[in-house]
Ligand binder design. Structure first.
Ligand code: A4P
Ligand code: MG
Length: 198
């Protein structure tokens, strides 16, 4: 089994339901999701589209990186995503952030995902799920987040359910707060976090 870390995003439809459905559909397709970050509401990049909900999940899988990409695309499609320009609004985005410490550099698949270090909406939830240095990148998500800043990132009170959580398969899960980034609300499962907008 390989540990994979995925980023989820949604800014169309029932965004929270879309994130949870993505987890459930991944679980049905060979990704045992063992940990989820809090749900973050984030300013869209680029602006001029609805706000996103974002989360990061970790899981165990026997799927190859390419099969994992195929499954990610299938889940996006099942949740209503159709061909659209890059960075346009979507009911579901499922990106592979890490696949253990493997590096993949192919025309249609790069792992680690190329824009992790520049995306606060990825780094904030990632810091809740991966402790310490990130694979390949060799920096912690907290440090990278401090560089890009936390403007436009808000931790909500919502939480996601992981089908594999009780299996205790994921010793790397962090239940730590992001004090360095001044994100000092309780988490990471959303208990007591009280800043949701709606
Ligand atoms: N691809 C290559 N590597 C990967 C990978 N590691 N995981 C290819 C997933 N896909 C990968 O992706 C385009 C192509 O990238 C895929 O066909 C696949 O072969 P896409 O999901 O269709 O397009 P995208 O999501 O628009 O592009 P990408 O590159 O994933 O962009 P980002 O950087 O993830 O931006 N703002 C907020 N607040 N929150 C968001 O979640 N997301 C985006 C997408 C833009 N702005 C956002 C958010
Ligand atoms: Mg994507």
């Amino acid at each position: 089994m390989t540990r994979a870390v995925l980023a989820l995003g949604s800014n169309l439809g029932d965004r929270l339901a879309n994130l949870q459905s993505a987890i459930d559909l991944l679980a049905e397709r060979g990704v045992t999701v063992t940990a989820a970050s809090c749900v973050w509401e984030t300013e869209p990049v680029p602006p001029g589209q609805p706000r996103y909900l974002n989360a990061v999940i970790a899981g165990e899988t026997d799927l190859s990186p390419r099969d994992l990409l195929r499954v990610a695309k299938e889940v996006e499609h099942l949740l209503g995503r159709r061909e659209s320009p890059r960075w346009s609004p979507r009911p579901a985005d499922v990106d592979i952030l890490f696949y253990d410490d493997l590096v993949v550099d192919e025309p249609d698949l790069q792992v680690p995902h190329l824009r992790i270090a520049e995306r606060g909406f990825v780094l904030a939830p990632l810091a809740e799920v991966v402790q310490g240095l990130l694979p390949v990148l060799g920096q912690s998500a907290e440090v990278l987040l401090a560089v890009v800043g936390t403007v436009g990132l808000e931790r909500t009170e919502w939480s996601l359910t992981c089908p594999g959580e009780s299996a205790g398969l994921d010793p790397g899960v962090v239940v730590e707060l992001l004090s360095a980034a001044n994100l000092d609300k309780p988490g990471p499962r959303g208990q007591d976090a009280g800043d949701a907008e709606d």
